[in-house]
Design a protein around this ligand. Sequence first.
Ligand code: PXP
Length: 248
Amino acid sequence: MIRLGVNIDHVATIRQARGEEYPSLVAAARVAFQNGADQITIHLREDRRHIQDTDVSAVKLVTREFSKQLNLEMGCNDDIIRVAIDSKPDWVCLVPENRQERTTEGGLNLLDAKNFSHIKDSIIRLKEGVPSLKVSLFLESNLEILKKVKDLHVDAVEIHTGDYARAFLNEDDLEPYFASFKRAKELIKEMGIGFHAGHGLTHDSTVALIKKHFFEEFNIGHWIISDSIFYGLGSVIKKLRESINASC
Ligand code: PXP
């Protein structure tokens, strides 16, 4: 079975835009599980632009209600590592973080020695703090980078699919991406760890990847929340119109 991680960051983006209590992350997590999600993915960013510290434990409680998993995406930052240890997610996915970026723009740089050792120390701290924790690394599909994974104690890699997803939307040739994901999978499977995918994926670009049998898990957020507008906007307006008409 392919696992589906539903990223609900952008429910929090809408909430934070107005500083209100709604839309509720807890309600969004419940809807995700009631409709087939295997895990909730949330990204606690250094600037707290969407997910807040208290959301992590609130969403974790929902995952327990449904016997499902919480995947916390985060940078290797002391403050965030403390929140992760306190809230004990099932998975942490370590990602690079740059305050100016609109979203995570690439995988971790394991080729830089200083960065590599910072990531290594962060993994050790996280696993010491939460012994049951599984860790994945968000990486580009690049063999030179992926070879470095064997020197780290991680349980999976999540391949950055952003460029593939953009190529899919542009109707570009996808064969180079498929060839690269195939080589990456062979290398990662030799290490005996999980092979996940995420970023920029839509329904169609995900289905095309599933048919190739590369990945065991997909983490998808922005497109799900975007498409939900078109599945919900009409009925919300209709209900309001009916209530207006009935009340005047
Ligand atoms: N996986 C990782 C590691 C991410 O950083 C993100 C974005 O937060 C996602 C998956 C989900 O990407 P998207 O929102 O583009 O589907």
